[in-house]
Design a protein around this ligand. Structure first.
Ligand SMILES: *Cc1c(COP(=O)(O)O)cnc(C)c1O
Length: 444
């Protein structure tokens, strides 16, 4: 059988891509050609043909200070010419030490040690292994069950998938995932019910850890819940010796307003995971921090108590340099003001839109604003609604990535008021589109 001939070779970047690449979360048979981006500038992405797209989702939640930021670029360039990489077992280097020192200064004060890895999923894998081996090292291997939120997302590697909600993303891998205990997300009004769900399992002798996205579940559809109920869930875990893992991969570095979502809690996590905004969106890097008590459970004359985990690029100096540069920007007064300005603008827009027809709910936390559109009774358009919303944004030269009928903004902190106004205008147009699609035909 002859294979289908390829499209005639052209110089188009999108077509060359289409011939050789396989994109993440993309059905390659039906997806339109990717948009070739050749340059970034502040909140804008500039395409091969010169079209400028406003990056409303910080390039998958990673970019904090704008694209190709000169301060980060200078620091990375300097590091490239000084030390690009060194093995991190048996050796160390200045940027790794400096970054860990600076982080521990700003994290909740019980965090005592920093373990580097490559991305958000690996940061979660390390956290899970820390919990598993913490109990193993103390001769309590029976503590092996994790508690998680039913709709959570913690990454795409196997441990991270196992502690994530089960759904379309995990379906093909279901048989390979380890069992966990799910509780519902304690959204406003359901707090008591979820506390009771936790109580039903937390005292069991096999429960080891509770992993959660603090205050804001991203992939679940930007679902928010209160710091009070999370603190109470954690308090009940701690009462039974269950370790708490705050996955701040998305919420870290100012996304929810303060530097970390955990700052709003009255109970402190034992382990924390970071990635995404860690390097300001410049380099892939993850890290996991833990308390002194966890770290000390791995100290022994017995080599078998070592944490056996590491990646080739652990603590890559260039990534560390990018993180230091980004963190300096994040901690500046200017950035604090930028975040406050975006938060206030989101709050005002929420007031404007939340009670209008076509809107089911608006959720807002810090620099994140999510609009859940109401697809109404007429669900025949519902499956296509996501694609229609995505296209409407692109037609306005704005990059947004709807999660079903939820459209969220997660802009870089440098996004100006005029740029925010453009984002809000697209959200308004989306409401009109939803209304037109769901309008019931009048019965004549
Ligand atoms: C994105 C994300 C991850 C996974 O990070 P990757 O770098 O994509 O592997 C884990 N946890 C949360 C909360 C995330 O948002």
């Amino acid at each position: 059988m002859k294979s289908t001939p390829l499209a005639p070779p052209t110089n188009s970047l999108a077509q060359r891509d289409h011939a050789v690449l396989w994109h993440p979360y993309t059905q390659m048979q039906t997806a339109p050609l990717p948009i070739p981006i050749v340059r970034g500038e502040g909140s804008w992405l500039i395409a091969e043909d010169g079209t400028r797209y406003l990056d409303g989702i910080a390039s998958w939640w990673v970019n904090l200070h704008g694209h190709a930021h000169p301060h980060i670029a200078a620091r990375v360039s300097e590091q490239l010419h000084t030390l690009e990489h060194v093995i991190f077992a048996g050796f160390t280097h200045p940027t790794a030490v400096e970054l860990a020192e600076q982080l521990l200064e700003i994290l909740p004060h019980n965090q005592a040690r920093v373990f580097y890895s490559d991305n958000g999923s690996t940061a979660v894998e390390v956290a899970l292994k820390m919990v598993m081996q913490y109990f193993h090292n103390q001769g309590q291997p029976a503590r092996r069950t994790f508690l998680c939120f039913r709709d959570s997302y913690h990454g795409d590697t196997f441990g991270a998938m196992s502690v994530s909600g089960r759904g379309a993303f995990t379906a093909p891998f279901g048989p390979y995932l380890f069992d966990v205990e799910f509780i519902d997300v304690p959204v406003p009004g359901r707090e008591a019910e979820v506390l009771a769900q936790l109580d039903a399992v937390v005292a069991r002798p096999d429960v080891a850890g509770f992993i959660f996205e603090p205050l804001l579940l991203g992939t679940a559809g930007m679902v928010t819940y209160s710091p009070e109920v999370l603190s109470e869930l954690m308090r009940r875990c701690h009462r039974h010796g269950v370790l708490c893992i705050a996955d701040e991969v998305m919420t870290g570095f100012g996304r929810t307003g303060p530097l970390f979502a955990s700052e709003q809690l009255t109970e402190q996590p034992d382990i924390m995971c970071f990635s995404k905004g860690l390097t300001g969106g410049t380099m892939a890097m993850g890290l996991t921090t833990c308390t002194a008590a966890i770290y000390e459970a791995f100290l022994s004359e017995d080599r078998l108590k070592t944490l056996f985990h590491g990646h080739s690029y652990t603590a890559n100096p260039i990534a560390c340099a990018a993180a230091l540069a980004s963190m300096a920007l994040t901690r500046s007064t200017e950035c604090t003001e930028q975040r406050a300005r975006i938060t206030a603008a989101h709050a005002a827009f929420r007031q404007e839109i939340e009670n209008q027809p076509g809107i089911r709910q608006v959720r807002h936390l810090g620099t994140m604003l999510a609009v859940e559109y109401d697809p109404g009774e007429n669900t025949s358009y519902f499956s296509n609604l996501r694609d229609a919303l995505y296209q409407l944004a692109l037609d306005n030269r704005v990059v947004l990535r709807p999660l079903g009928n939820v459209v969220y903004l997660l802009p870089p902190y440098c996004t100006t008021n005029a740029e925010l106004a453009l984002l809000y205008s697209v959200l308004r147009q989306m409401r009109e589109l939803v209304l037109s699609l769901t309008a019931t035909p009048s019965h004549v």
